[in-house]
Design a binder for this molecule. Structure first.
Ligand code: TXA
Ligand code: MG
Length: 320
């Protein structure tokens, strides 16, 4: 339901987020579809609601730079830029901090996180009251335009969002600039309200827009490096071969012996719940990759609902 943003509805929204629900959240750029970024199952609901056929990493929203420091390695450049532009429409891609607890699904398995402090009183109060980092993509269905009013959010996602906090139309109306600060040379991955020129001025170095091979600017989707395990990946496995680890979905009774090594076995969901499987996908793939197995056998996963996005990622991993 849509509720006007005030301290009571914000407290209620914080409660929904703590319980693993979804909230339509106003920001200065566009409305976001927010979930607790520490809770993989809550993050899986975001992808289900958007109906996206693949997992893309999401922006993590925090209340201030101190909160950001819990989850990412903030270097001098980021600190400098944050002082100039936060709260505001710029997102930094930074190395993830170990033990920060952000779900692997929120960053689609990457070692970096996209993080920003939104410049909107309602979003900032929700972040403070909930005390949570909030994963929030734009609150539209996959393939549609980003919503800038509560009515847009309701029209697209009404049924799958637990509450929409209404605070009128968004001022900027365009998504935040995404700046990659994970390498030596900062690069703009997605143009937005804050320009490369403004960023260059603060940093005192030339900052450009990321380019594809050749000279064509990359589309945001193409800029993404996708997570891929080092081990080979074998899909639709109905057995486990010598030297392989097993990523199961459902019963493993006929797949492995009782004494199969524990560190080589993970189950996305014993009860074959696709939502639970999505939440576990990246962290389990990483654990099995770290076990030293030469290959990871993955059992078949139904290609329906969020299973489509799971299979998309597994197919990419198998190709990589
Ligand atoms: O203005 C905005 O940024 C809005 C509001 C709600 O804050 N959010 C938004 O989120 O536009 P979303 O999920 O629609 O866009 C996230 C962008 C994508 O282009 C994604 O590729 C990029 O951020 N991104 C996220 N994590 C990344 C990472 N670790 N490395 C590179 N790019 C990343
Ligand atoms: Mg979007």
């Amino acid at each position: 339901m849509i509720k006007a943003a005030n301290s009571r509805s914000i407290a209620e929204a914080a409660e929904i987020l703590r319980g693993g629900g979804l909230v339509g959240m106003p920001t200065e750029t566009v409305y976001g579809l927010a979930a607790n970024a520490l809770d993989g199952e809550a993050v899986a609901k975001i992808f289900e609601a958007k109906g996206r056929p693949s997992f893309n990493p999401l922006i993590i929203h925090v209340s201030d730079i101190e909160a950001a420091e819990k989850y990412v390695e903030v270097d001098a450049r980021a600190r400098n830029l944050a002082q100039s532009f936060w709260p505001g429409p710029i997102t930094f891609v930074l190395p993830r901090k170990k033990g920060g607890g952000i779900s692997d699904l929120a960053s689609a398995g990457l070692d970096t996180l996209a993080i920003r402090v939104p410049n909107h009183p309602t979003a900032l109060e929700l972040l403070k009251v909930s005390g949570l980092p909030l994963a929030a993509p734009s609150a539209n269905k996959s393939g549609n335009l980003s919503p800038t009013t509560p009515a847009h959010v309701h029209a697209q996602l009404g049924a799958s969002v637990d509450m929409i906090l209404a605070a009128g139309p968004c001022k900027v109306g365009l998504e935040s600039t995404v700046l990659d600060l994970s390498g030596d040379a900062p690069e703009v991955l997605r143009p937005g309200g804050i320009t490369a020129e403004q960023i260059s001025k603060v940093l005192g170095v030339e900052v450009g827009y990321a380019k594809a091979q050749g000279d064509a600017p990359k589309s945001p989707g193409m800029l993404l490096k996708h997570y891929a395990p080092n081990a080979a990946v074998r899909i639709n496995a109905i057995d486990v071969r010598e030297g392989e680890a097993l990523l199961a979905f459902g019963s493993t009774k006929f797949m492995v012996a009782k004494d199969f090594p524990e560190d080589r076995l993970r189950n996305l969901s014993e009860g074959q719940d696709l939502h639970e499987a999505a939440a576990n996908l990246f962290s389990m793939l990483k654990e099995l990759d770290e076990s030293g197995a030469k290959a990871i056998a993955i059992m078949a996963i139904p290609n329906e609902g969020i299973g489509v996005a799971i299979n998309d990622r597994i197919a990419r991993a198998a190709k990589g």
